[in-house]
Design a protein around this ligand. Structure first.
Ligand SMILES: [Zn+2]
Length: 455
């Protein structure tokens, strides 16, 4: 029996949607014609004009080694608007009817943060759009809401079956209405997990005063403010000065900064912004976080440790995407890729998560990957970054609890704490390491209530 698993960075609404949308990733689809078959199947099940949504493809996994286009999807159904999301969640491919519905044509210019892919000869949109989630979400809101409740029910049950008893939703579009929606779902019994969520920057700006309920009252609680640090055409966005200012405001509001940063430049910027906030207004136990921290050389790890930064990592990325990393990540980045052992050796607190639905939520696969650094096809990804099984188990329990500021009630088994417990078919710290990923969850308990039990 181990403490209930905690996923410190995930996307609940997207996961719920994934439960009710086509799975266009492997092993379900390994070619564009497989995706066409899935769309044809879905088209038979719904009236013309109704959206068909899919997700999870990656051009690397497709036999054709390219993204599908609008024309590929038109062949499967010209009379349903079709949108298939890339595994990254930031790129989508739309068929011709879907492009028309969302108002993208030859004349549409690229939005500030996005890119409409075009045929080089004709200038015609190919159906592939990057970084346009806001626009797409606006058009799909009604469709997605109607499917959401079914999806949430399935999501809550599936997480319980994986032993997950607490989640921290890290979606940058989270706002107070999303919080209320999560609460409604929780009250209806769809979501047994203890749930906390970051606020997006917009929502934090809009209503920073509404913090009265961030104390744990057993409901969905708000913890942290999310900022995505990225680069557009080689420049940091937000800029270093803007980022410093934003982090300082979060810090001075007594909140945790939750900074999405992937490569070394972004991680460095996030680290500088946190150092700036700490220097301006020193505060102990700030719990500021860097999410992903995918590329991090030892010197940067050292810098993060001295600022007291927590890294929220996704060990299972190595399992699901390791083969692709080995073939596509430049060697100077590959040698510092998800360096969990290096981070820990330098004194950085590291918490585990899956970023579901980017990869499946199973914490035992995350623990396995942290221990073995093996991809699904057996290849090793930076073996020197392996950690011990007890440390790996801690990532998803005691360390994750600390990262979401819930360590007094969850993440460990102690007298006086609520009984969030998982009964496993084997001991992840005792079985041969190859077997960790095959350990089954036999029972999940949240606050003393059995929420899932193997039949
Ligand atoms: Zn995420």
């Amino acid at each position: 029996m181990v403490p209930g698993f905690i996923d410190a960075h995930c996307h609940l609404a997207a996961y719920a949607r994934s439960m009710v949308t086509l799975d266009a990733g492997p092993p379900n689809a390994s070619s564009i014609s497989d995706i066409q078959d899935l769309v044809r199947q879905a088209a038979r099940e719904r009236p013309p004009g109704a959206w068909i949504l899919g997700r999870g493809y990656h051009e690397f996994d497709l036999a054709e080694k390219r993204h599908p286009t609008r024309w590929d999807l038109d062949i499967a159904s010209p009379v349903h608007p079709v949108k298939i999301a890339h595994r990254s969640g930031h790129t989508h491919v739309l068929n011709s009817l879907a492009l028309k519905r969302v108002g993208i044509s030859m004349e549409t210019g690229d939005p500030p943060d996005g890119l409409i892919d075009r045929d080089l000869a004709t200038g015609e949109p190919t159906g592939l759009v990057h970084g346009m989630n806001e626009l797409l979400a606006r058009f799909l809101a009604a469709t997605q809401d109607s499917q959401a409740e079914t999806g949430i029910r399935m999501a809550g049950a599936s997480l319980a079956a994986l032993g997950i008893t607490s989640i921290h939703d890290a979606s940058s579009r989270n706002d107070w209405s999303r919080r209320d929606l999560f609460r409604t779902w929780q009250q209806r019994g769809h979501l047994p997990q203890r749930t906390s969520m970051v606020l997006g920057w917009e929502a934090f700006q809009g209503d920073a005063a509404d913090e009265g309920d961030s104390a744990d009252d057993g409901h969905v609680r708000v913890a942290g403010v999310k900022i995505i640090v990225h680069e557009t055409t080689g420049r940091l966005s937000p800029s270093q000065l803007e980022l410093n200012d934003m982090v300082l405001r979060i810090h001075q509001a007594g909140q945790q900064a939750v900074l999405h940063a992937i490569d070394e430049k972004q991680v460095t910027a996030a680290c500088i912004a946190i150092e700036h906030a700490l220097k301006t207004s020193p505060r102990a136990d700030h719990r500021h976080r860097i999410e992903h921290c995918s590329v991090c050389p030892p010197a940067l790890a050292k810098q993060m440790a001295s600022a007291g930064i927590t890294v929220v990592t996704q060990p299972a990325f190595v399992y699901y995407d390791g083969g692709r990393y080995l073939r596509t990540v430049p060697s100077e980045e590959l040698e510092h890729l998800y360096p969990v052992a290096t981070l820990k050796q330098h004194g950085v607190r590291v918490a585990g998560s899956s970023d579901f639905p980017v990869v499946p939520p199973n914490p035992l696969v995350g623990i396995y990957a942290a221990v073995t650094r093996r991809a699904a096809d057996g290849e090793h990804v930076l073996s020197k970054e392996r950690i011990g099984p007890l440390e790996a188990l801690s990532l998803f329990t005691v360390d994750a609890a600390h990262a979401i500021r819930a360590e007094t009630g969850t993440g460990s088994i102690r007298p006086g704490t609520p009984a969030d417990l998982v009964l496993l078919s084997g001991d992840p710290t005792g079985v041969p390491e190859e077997e960790i990923k095959d350990i089954r969850v036999d029972m999940t308990m949240i606050d003393g209530q059995v929420v899932w039990e193997r039949a």
